[in-house]
Design a protein around this ligand. Structure first.
Ligand SMILES: [Zn+2]
Length: 475
């Protein structure tokens, strides 16, 4: 046992005081046992939780060890359990111990300390020793590499890669079914997202309260694929822009919120197994800063959003009051991360000026024919084939990505395409108000792309659609 674990177990651990145990009695705790010496008075630094305590009396005359008797005891944090040896029954019992006795022993625990053996702590988890065997009701238990419980695959190494792969696969299947069944219903984006939330997200996030600390890129990809399909943008379109355009938070954020909710449930649980598991996790994570168990993940998430204080005072948390604070902060922090991505990318320059609130952008909710609406999305999210983008993949320097359809010597970007290039003059005069075309500027482009006027948006969509078609026909 390392120094830090020892110190924490010393503070948080329970103590079992065993009075009058005869010398030579075999005394066991979980999977270690030893023979009681003349001064033996019990065990200290016991990790909270359920432990198996057993003993066998020794016949002094024949030196034979009697049959083993044992019992499960639930040790609460910092508690003191007192038992007394009954020489007739050869058992540890509570008989003849009054509450006053327990109190007296508790008060004088320091004097007893040197007669108490430390709990044989070996840490949790890890691979079993080759000669280790476990039995239940006399039956030898099978030792397996992984175990599926309620649909979540638990591996011996505490990794959830297989769970992730399985859920991603199931979610993908469900998504295809959903898409094929809604194909001819022409549902709007909001309804499609709501359907996804109900049928697919519930599968993708199944059991994430337990495995949510795992990265789960495959699962995030299923959601991202759906979002991009909904918007009609290319697969290589920037993810941050897609999340912001739809006003959706990443699934990772959803998983963390669900874990926090579950954490509150554990804090208030009366289930002694769940509670003692959790207490042991917190002991491990207090002892080692590098600890990576479930509780350590909750701790690091709370610290990363600036609410570490709540972790330190978790015994005073109230679900109704604190959960909403944490949830809001998690969402805010994730949104800030997304905004940071688009603010730091040159590709997202126009886009960063198009959005104000984090919600589904208003043009997506307007009655604009799908093919025109999708054109607007493509040019808002820079998911088009203009030279400024196609040059990126051909390794052409940005200032060399010129428009080849006119002699303006301009970079062929959205601004040039929508408001300047003379190639599309006739389309432009038909669909775009003169205000934008006269003295064009990036400011006016931003105004046009973020317009709230349905007719104007419809016309913009038409312009983009026909101009793209015309451009493609020339290539
Ligand atoms: Zn041009």
């Amino acid at each position: 046992m390392d120094q830090e674990t020892a110190q924490i177990l010393f503070r948080e651990g329970a103590t079992m005081v065993c009075l009058d145990v005869p010398e030579g009695t075999e005394f066991g705790f979980d999977y270690s046992s030893w023979t009681a010496g003349p001064l033996f008075k019990g065990v200290k630094m016991i990790p909270p939780g359920i432990h198996f305590v057993y003993y066998s009396a020794r016949n002094k005359q024949t030196d034979e060890v009697g049959p083993r008797t044992g019992t499960f005891i639930n040790f609460e944090q910092k508690s003191v359990v007192v038992r007394k040896w009954n020489p007739i029954a050869e058992e540890l019992t509570e008989d003849g111990i009054s509450a006053d006795d327990v109190q007296r022993i508790q008060d004088n625990l320091k004097d007893l300390d040197r007669f108490l053996g430390p709990y044989p702590y070996e840490g949790n988890g890890g691979k079993l020793h080759t000669n280790e065997q476990w039995t239940y009701n006399g039956q030898l238990l099978d030792i397996v590499e992984s175990f599926t419980y309620l649909g979540v695959i638990f591996k011996y190494n505490c990794k959830f890669l297989e769970t992730e792969k399985k859920l991603a696969e199931q979610g993908q299947k469900c998504l295809y079914t959903m898409l094929s069944r809604t194909k001819y219903l022409y549902l709007n984006n909001e309804t499609m997202l709501a359907l996804f939330e109900t049928y697919v997200k519930s599968i993708l996030c199944y059991g994430c309260e337990v495995w949510g600390s795992h990265k789960a890129n495959d699962i995030d990809k299923v959601f991202m694929k759906f979002c991009k399909r909904l918007l009609g943008v290319k697969a290589n379109c920037n993810n941050a822009m897609v999340y912001i355009e739809l006003g959706c938070i990443p699934l990772r954020c959803v998983r963390i919120i669900r874990m926090i909710k579950y954490w509150f449930k554990i804090l208030g649980t009366t289930n002694c197994i769940l509670k003692s598991c959790y207490v042991n996790l917190t002991i491990d994570c207090k002892a080692k800063r590098s600890c990576s168990n479930w509780a350590a993940f909750i701790r690091s998430e709370l610290y990363s959003i600036g609410l570490g204080e709540l972790w330190e005072h978790q015994e005073y948390l109230v679900f109704q009051k604190h959960f909403s604070i944490i949830k809001k902060r998690i969402i805010d922090v994730h949104c800030q991360e997304l905004y940071a991505v688009i603010n730091n990318s040159q590709k997202c320059y126009i886009f960063s000026h198009l959005i104000d609130n984090f919600c589904m952008q208003s043009y997506l909710l307007k009655p604009i024919p799908k093919k025109f609406r999708r054109c607007i999305t493509k040019y808002r999210l820079e998911s088009h084939s203009l030279a400024v983008e196609s040059g990126r993949y051909k390794n052409v320097a940005r200032n060399e990505r010129k428009c080849i359809f006119c002699n303006h010597n301009d970079i062929e970007d959205v601004f040039h395409f929508v408001l300047k290039c003379p190639l599309y003059n006739s389309l432009r005069s038909r669909y775009i108000k003169n205000y934008y075309v006269k003295k064009p500027s990036v400011f006016k482009l931003v105004q046009l792309l973020s317009s709230n006027n349905t007719k104007e948006l419809c016309n913009l969509g038409k312009y983009l659609h026909y101009a793209t078609m015309f451009r493609n026909s020339l290539l």
